[in-house]
Design a protein around this ligand. Structure first.
Ligand SMILES: *[C@@H]1O[C@H](CO)[C@@H](O)[C@H](O)[C@H]1NC(C)=O
Ligand SMILES: *[C@@H]1O[C@H](CO)[C@@H](O)[C@H](O)[C@H]1NC(C)=O
Ligand SMILES: *[C@@H]1O[C@H](CO)[C@@H](O)[C@H](O)[C@H]1NC(C)=O
Ligand SMILES: *[C@@H]1O[C@H](CO)[C@@H](O)[C@H](O)[C@H]1NC(C)=O
Ligand SMILES: *[C@@H]1O[C@H](CO)[C@@H](O)[C@H](O)[C@H]1NC(C)=O
Ligand SMILES: *[C@@H]1O[C@H](CO)[C@@H](O)[C@H](O)[C@H]1NC(C)=O
Length: 747
């Protein structure tokens, strides 16, 4: 009994600590029938088809769950959803495993002497399905390959090479000939895409083909033959790869609303319950059998009591087990009686020898307690050791010593328990958002101090070692327009960061959210100046220059006074940016990504300038930077803006809200600056410092009542201060002068 308790404790702690990504196995055990409506087939070939899935429209809950049962080449029957072969459906998890013909291939063709491309894509929009970010990975295989996954708002890829490394057969994608990246949340559509600059024309004799797939990570292991032979990987998987999709019953506002609409509520079985999946992109719900029941909650009487007594291990040990609905009762076997929850033999309770019996039972209880304590202590030690290991791995000691030597430093090293407590055990309810690198939770310390806790998905070896050092640099950043890093937690596998909480949403929300509020040009300009100032600080003033790497309006937060606060600047440091590493992760956001960075994989301060240019254009036009649904020419806002500037039709694309204002000169100046930031060649772009100075000048001009007059008038007024302007100090004039110079040099 105790041993059982121990191993469970170990399991739970290991789960919490390591965040072991659950390897999904079929959750519905074989002894439970799939559960279908009467008259509907519950199998297609070997695959169970449980309702809400069904073969044919009349058997499925709705079109989204309608499957085809088709005879394939070999004569076997197999279920299909579109062209995806369904191999496994799990009701409790809301997951389905499918085989998808989505291997993007790039091969050298000796007969033509050129490369041939077979792109791939997957589109499950407008269906109950989305791609599981937990079970799948983006995998790129090749010896000189840069491949991406592109979706509406994501561009994620990696660079794989064989130069200077030893290829080995490996279950992990270790970097040699193969690289991998995390799948973003809520993905329903992607395109596989190769950068043609990276190709195998030079090395085709050794390695003719490259591949890019998004597939179930547990089903992948790297073989050297994948890169050595033509179609090696393709043949190994016969052209299709397993992928795990999540599914749900769609319903805005999840369970609350679903339960109200009794006619369409899908959890119809007795002893079933509703599980909210409202954290998904499109909110919805799943049904699950209540504790102690199993089966299909989607059909009447589908949930059946589990007879726990017949399970493999009798839950009562040697004692008598009696099943009840949803539970079970243990009672002592004949000849034993219960005392303090333990069964002891009756025979030994002799009237004439009371002492030994009491002694024995006390002894037994003491023994049990001792064993329990020993067990707990052992577990504690293991846990402590694991935490210490992580702490050391992440450079915690350096950081700790450094922090202790500094007085009055607000940076704190948090314990894991503290963060768990503050975030309600990383509850889904506390999720503030999902970034490219992880999830951000809202936390509350000591009842009133609000913080944002960032939990990253993964971290690579290189950065693991340097984490402590990097934290040291980040902790010294102190700028009013940069989200303050309050501390970190190092005793977990992937370190967590604790930031100050910024309450008023993001710039992206302010511009594109349809709250109906009008945002004046001066507010826009102020936010631009503040963000630019923050980036300038990161690039130049901070002790070690820091590149942001993912400048975009969703990363510019707004505080109570709508002051800008740049966030997520740690991302660039957590993600590898060094092109000399053989696996290079190019990660950024579509529409903001510097084209030069995409080509060279080398992040520079000018990449941030480019992305900032896009933010400027966003502020001027109120348009979304990347829109896949738009016609070809209007997909990328940066390109659309550049061609509008070239053809002198800036007015045509300005945001209606600022078009009316008579600050057209200022607007033109900002547009001109944005144009310089968006120059294809990084060297031609202004530095962040120059951008800030220029914007700051424009803001000063605008705040001044003279700004509406033309420049010459302003200049003459400057040298003949009137009573009105007498409030201005000498410094004020010098700023004004600089602003005018900046305006003139911009022309
Ligand atoms: C089922 O197959 C038919 C004919 O091949 C096709 O028209 C239909 O779209 C398929 N339905 C699904 C759900 O795949
Ligand atoms: C459904 O219930 C089972 C067992 O009670 C549990 O393991 C599973 O996580 C539940 N599913 C969801 C989506 O909560
Ligand atoms: C994906 O499919 C949906 C319909 O199922 C369609 O409306 C949409 O245009 C498709 N998206 C792309 C990018 O092909
Ligand atoms: C990898 O495995 C394949 C067979 O699956 C074998 O032919 C090859 O020699 C192995 N390569 C290495 C480096 O072990
Ligand atoms: C292959 O790559 C080289 C440079 O890396 C490039 O010049 C060439 O155009 C590429 N070839 C193809 C067919 O894309
Ligand atoms: C691969 O698929 C084809 C049909 O697409 C089938 O005939 C063949 O048997 C499959 N091979 C393997 C090894 O599964």
């Amino acid at each position: 009994m105790m041993k059982l308790g121990c191993s469970r404790l170990l399991l739970v702690s290991a789960h919490v600590l390591l965040c072991l990504s659950a390897i999904w196995t079929l959750a519905a055990s074989a002894d439970v029938p799939a559960g279908q409506r009467p008259g509907c087939p519950d199998k297609c070939g070997d695959v169970d088809i449980p309702f809400p899935f069904g073969i044919g429209q009349q058997c499925a809950l709705h079109d989204g769950f309608d499957l085809n049962c088709t005879t394939v080449d070999g004569g076997a029957m197999k279920p299909f959803k579109w062209n995806l072969e369904v191999t496994d459906i799990s009701l409790p998890d809301g997951k389905a495993r499918m085989n998808a013909p989505t291997i993007a291939t790039q091969c050298y063709v000796p007969s033509t002497g050129g490369m041939e491309y077979y792109p791939s894509w997957l589109n499950v929009t407008n269906s109950p399905f989305w791609i599981s970010e937990v079970d799948n990975r983006i995998i790129v295989i090749g010896c000189n390959t840069l491949a991406y996954m592109i979706s509406f708002s994501h561009l994620i890829g990696c660079h794989s090479t064989c130069a200077g490394v030893t290829l080995k057969n490996d279950t992990a994608c270790s970097g040699a000939g193969c690289c991998e990246a995390d799948v973003p949340k809520d993905l329903q559509y992607y395109d596989g895409y190769f950068d043609e600059e990276y190709n195998t024309t030079e090395i085709w004799r050794d390695s003719p083909c490259s591949y890019m797939v998004l597939m179930e990570k547990a089903a992948f292991s790297f073989k050297t033959s994948y890169v050595k032979s033509t179609a090696g990987f393709w043949d190994a998987y016969n052209g299709t790869v397993p992928i795990v999709l999540n599914w749900q019953i769609e319903q805005l506002n999840g369970c609350d609303e679903a339960k109200k609409k009794t006619s369409s509520y899908a959890c119809v079985s007795r002893d079933s319950e509703c599980v909210d999946t409202s954290n998904a992109m499109v909110p919805g719900y799943l049904c699950n059998c209540s504790d102690g029941y199993k089966g299909n909650p989607y059909i009447a009487d589908g949930c059946q009591d589990i007879d726990e007594c017949l399970e493999n291990a009798n839950p009562c040990g040697p004692e008598i087990c009696q099943n009840t609905l949803g539970n079970y009762i243990c009672s002592c076997r004949p000849g034993y009686y219960e005392t303090d929850g333990v069964c002891v033999p009756i025979q030994k309770r002799s009237r004439f020898q009371p002492m030994p019996v009491i002694g024995a039972s006390i002894g037994f209880v003491v023994l049990v307690i001792l064993v329990a304590c020993a067990c707990l202590i052992q577990e504690r030690r293991k846990l402590q050791k694991m935490k210490q290991n992580y702490f050391r791995q992440h450079g915690g000691l350096i950081l700790f010593n450094e922090m202790n030597s500094k007085e009055g430093n607000a940076f704190k090293i948090f314990r894991e328990e503290e963060l768990q407590q503050a975030t309600d055990n990383f509850s889904e309810k506390q999720v503030l958002g999902h970034g490219g690198h992880g999830t951000v939770y809202k936390g509350l310390f000591k009842g009133d101090m609000e913080v944002a806790v960032k939990k990253c998905m993964t971290i690579d070896e290189q950065h693991k070692k340097e984490f402590g050092k990097e934290m040291l640099i980040l902790s010294q950043i102190n700028h009013k327009n940069i989200v303050k890093l309050l501390g970190c937690c190092l005793e977990v596998e992937v370190p967590m960061l604790v930031y100050e909480f910024v309450p008023n949403g993001t710039l992206f929300h302010l511009i594109h959210g349809n709250h109906g509020r009008c945002i004046s040009l001066s507010t826009r300009l102020r936010i631009a100046v503040e963000s630019a100032d923050a980036l300038t600080y990161l690039h130049s003033s901070a002790s070690t220059p820091i590149l942001h790497g993912d400048v975009k309006s969703p990363n510019i937060l707004l505080d109570g006074n709508h002051s800008a606060k740049v966030s997520d600047f740690g991302a660039s440091i957590l993600a590898p940016t060094d092109a000399s590493q053989f696996v290079t992760l190019v990660q950024g956001t579509c529409g903001y990504l510097d084209p030069e960075y995409m080509q060279t994989c080398y992040l520079t301060d000018k990449s941030d300038v480019y992305s900032f240019g896009v933010v400027l254009v966003e502020l001027l036009t109120g348009k979304i930077p990347f829109n896949l649904d738009a016609p070809e020419k209007e997909k990328s806002l940066a390109m659309m803006f550049m061609s509008a500037m070239k053809e002198n039709r800036l007015a045509g694309i300005l945001d209606d809200q600022i078009k009316g204002e008579d600050n057209i000169e200022i607007i033109e100046e900002i547009a001109e600056l944005a144009k310089q930031c968006l120059d294809m060649c990084g060297d031609n772009r202004p530095s962040m410092k120059e951008v800030t100075e220029k914007l700051d000048g424009l803001m000063k001009v605008m705040r001044h009542p003279w700004a509406q007059q033309n420049t010459e008038e302003m200049e003459s007024l400057l040298f003949e201060p009137t009573a009105d302007s007498a409030i201005g100090s000498a410094e004020y004039f010098s700023i004004e002068k600089r602003a005018i110079n900046a305006m003139q040099s911009g022309r």
